[in-house]
Ligand binder design. Structure first.
Ligand SMILES: Cc1cc2nc3c(=O)[nH]c(=O)nc-3n(C[C@H](O)[C@H](O)[C@H](O)COP(=O)(O)OP(=O)(O)OC[C@H]3O[C@@H](n4cnc5c(N)ncnc54)[C@H](O)[C@@H]3O)c2cc1C
Ligand code: SF4
Length: 325
């Protein structure tokens, strides 16, 4: 690990003032410390934010608000989250391990870096880690890589399970920096790799995520998260689907859908949502609606199975949800 200075902030103002151009904020440390040990990340300064007042889970007329320092396990266990946003609780519980979820924060989860093996191996070429060095994954082992939103510079998937239901439900992130506060839809927070895969989001240097808000809706309470992976626990998604449906009788009134494991960012599937709306909730409708889910996909040597797996994951989530009524 490269040497760095450590500071513990007692207030948001102190954290923002302490943060320089090459600062990393430390929350649970479950990703940051790993990457510092591997020298994939080598900030000059680490500012510990664990004492900041960024806790709290509130549900009310405006929807759900989660403080950035809330731990994954506490959010997953929260009664309002389980009752009104089951897909969020399910996505959290299907991620990492119980020990990690007890440490890992919501802000850190949304900012975790990709699990592409080449990104984490400093001996290999990786445009995300070292801009302009090339991409070893495009000609290397790319079974887990993305098929949507990729570029000639990078095809790494976004790893967060939590971000998938949040994007489906139109969540927003609250940000605070020396230039003030702002709120950004999570979908717009993440950027596509293009020719600059080292830029993953619109967070400015030294800016903090303070919280996440999820709107109240008629469909969030009837929702699920399905995750398909090589082993049943402690593994990232090959494909995943966050699906929320508002049903009137057997008719789909509204649908909100996003996919994980397939995109360079969490992937909202608005065309699938439109194809479901107003249709009967039947197997035929589901199959027809997901037919174009992977349109525009660019597969690599080892991940050509992903378009079909994505369609099957979506159908399974839709079917599970219909039967859960
Ligand atoms: C073995 C293993 C398996 C895992 N499996 C899964 C999985 O299946 N699904 C899944 O979704 N995740 C998985 N994870 C990732 C895990 O969820 C993240 O490591 C965790 O959520 C990160 O949170 P943290 O608080 O520890 O972040 P940290 O490691 O403290 O920080 C992560 C990054 O976010 C920045 N940061 C943190 N908080 C803020 C903030 N409030 N404002 C601005 N910047 C901030 C840090 O500077 C750093 O760059 C796994 C991790 C491990 C180690
Ligand atoms: S896919 Fe992206 S993260 Fe992986 S090696 Fe290529 S540039 Fe790096």
């Amino acid at each position: 690990m490269k040497p760095y200075t450590y500071a513990r902030a007692r207030s948001i103002r102190e954290a923002l003032t302490a943060a320089g151009a090459d600062t990393a904020f430390l929350a649970g440390g479950t990703t940051l410390v790993d990457l510092m040990k591997l020298e994939v990340m080598a900030p000059e300064q680490v500012v510990d934010i664990n004492r900041l007042p960024l806790r709290g889970i509130r549900y009310g007329i405006g929807g759900l608000h989660i403080g950035a320092l809330e731990r994954m396990s506490d959010v997953a266990a929260h009664e309002s989250v389980r009752r009104h946003y089951p897909m969020i609780a399910e996505a959290l519980e299907l991620g990492a391990s119980a020990q990690l979820r007890n440490m890992a924060s919501i802000g850190g989860n949304l900012l975790q870096r990709t699990r592409c093996g080449y990104f984490r191996d400093v001996a290999t070429a990786c445009n995300k880690r070292e801009p302009g060095s090339g991409c070893a994954a495009l000609t290397g082992i790319n079974r887990a890589h993305a098929i949507l939103g990729t570029s000639d510079a990078c095809a790494a998937t976004h790893p967060s399970d939590l971000a998938v239901p949040l994007v489906a439900l139109g969540a927003e992130v609250q940000l605070t920096g020396t230039r003030g506060r702002r709120t950004v839809p999570l979908d717009a927070f993440y950027t596509l790799p293009g020719s600059t895969p080292h830029i993953e989001n619109v967070l400015r240097p030294g800016e903090l995520i303070t919280g996440v808000s999820v709107p109240r809706s008629a469909w969030a309470a009837h929702s699920t998260y399905v995750k398909v992976r090589d082993r049943q626990s402690y593994e990232f998604a090959l494909t995943s689907a966050a699906v929320a449906l508002e049903l009137r009788g057997d008719t789909i009134k509204e649908a909100r859908i996003a996919a994980g494991g397939v995109g360079t960012k969490p992937w909202r599937l608005t065309a699938v949502e439109r194809a479901l709306k107003g249709r009967p909730a039947t197997a035929d409708t589901f199959e027809a609606a997901v037919a174009g889910a992977a349109d525009g996909a660019r597969t690599l040597a080892h991940n050509a199975f992903k378009p079909a797996l994505l369609r099957r994951t979506l159908v399974r989530a839709l079917t599970d949800l219909r039967e859960r009524r």
